[in-house]
Design a protein around this ligand. Structure first.
Ligand code: NDP
Length: 256
């Protein structure tokens, strides 16, 4: 089959009912992958599954809170049973943020960000490893953030979880290369999703974002999902351990 196709492959995309995750599900399914996704809201998940079936995409879904260890284990058992113990693609997309100064962070808030963004991705990689290995050609993609590459005013714990994902990307690339599993990270700047739309709606904030962005606009979810999908394709078979920013040039913009 073509190196530009995912026909015959299987994928798990966490958090696929909105934003970047939704676009990734559609991109992978459109390239021929059979996809399983999850979110916490059953009604929204069912609505998405109906939309995808109407488009002819092979997508199934589970209600799963990615921040809960037992639910992650149940999710991977389900994935293993529907895909016969083999998984080609794991997209760690679930993530959230609480925006406030470091000195105002409570212990509970610290724990929420660490668990949802970092522990969930780490543990899903552990759980998926035997399935990725059994597939013969595995690919992990982390949805990180430019906040894990440069310092932004978006919260230090969020930034630390994203930087940690970028490091896991490198460690897994080396540790699991012998199992023919690749690992890469995609680091977006502002993308128009439900996570940040309330921020981008504020005129002064929007203008500050734009003033730092050479391409002069925030990104679309499809502009992230295209790279995520590319990294999973057979044509990307020599790319591993990389962190790639999808940021309209923001991180290379020293001053202009
Ligand atoms: P959205 O909030 O728009 O969508 C998040 C998706 O994940 C939803 O489907 C949501 O469904 C699901 N989700 C959230 N928490 C959980 C959970 N605990 N368990 C299961 N599913 C969950 O977010 P984005 O698309 O904007 O963000 C996706 C990723 O991209 C995140 O990791 C984020 O940090 C990263 N990112 C986003 C940027 C942006 O500007 N948008 C910039 C840089 C990085 P539900 O709530 O029903 O569970």
């Amino acid at each position: 089959s073509s190196g530009w196709s995912l026909r015959g492959t299987t994928a798990l995309v966490t958090g696929g009912t909105r934003g970047i995750g939704y676009a990734v599900v559609e991109e992978l399914a459109g390239l021929g992958a059979t996809v399983h996704t999850c979110s916490r809201n059953e009604a929204e998940l069912d609505k998405c599954l109906r939309e995808w079936h109407a488009k002819g995409f092979a997508v199934t879904g589970s209600v799963c809170d990615g921040s809960d260890r037992a639910q992650r284990e149940q999710l991977m058992e389900k994935v293993s049973s529907i895909f016969n113990g083999k998984l080609n693609i794991l997209i760690n997309n679930v993530g959230t943020n609480i925006r406030k100064p470091t000195v105002d962070f409570t212990a509970a808030e610290y724990s929420t960000i660490m668990t949802t963004n970092l522990e969930s991705a780490y543990h899903l990689c552990q759980l998926a490893h035997p399935l990725l290995k059994a597939s013969g050609a595995g690919s992990i993609v982390f949805v990180s953030s430019v906040a894990g590459v440069v310092s932004l005013g978006t919260g230090s714990i969020y930034a630390a979880t994203k930087a940690a994902m970028n490091q896991l990307t490198k460690n897994f690339a080396c540790e699991w290369a012998k199992d023919n599993i690749r690992s890469n990270s995609v680091a977006p700047w502002y993308i128009k999703t439900s996570l940040v739309e309330h921020l981008l709606q504020k005129q002064d904030f929007f203008e500050r974002v734009i003033s730092r962005t050479p391409l002069g606009r925030p990104g679309e979810p499809k502009e992230v999902s295209s790279l995520v999908a590319f990294l999973c394709l057979p044509v990307a078979s020599y790319i591993t351990g990389q962190v790639i920013c999808v940021d309209g040039g923001m991180t290379v913009n020293g001053f202009y």
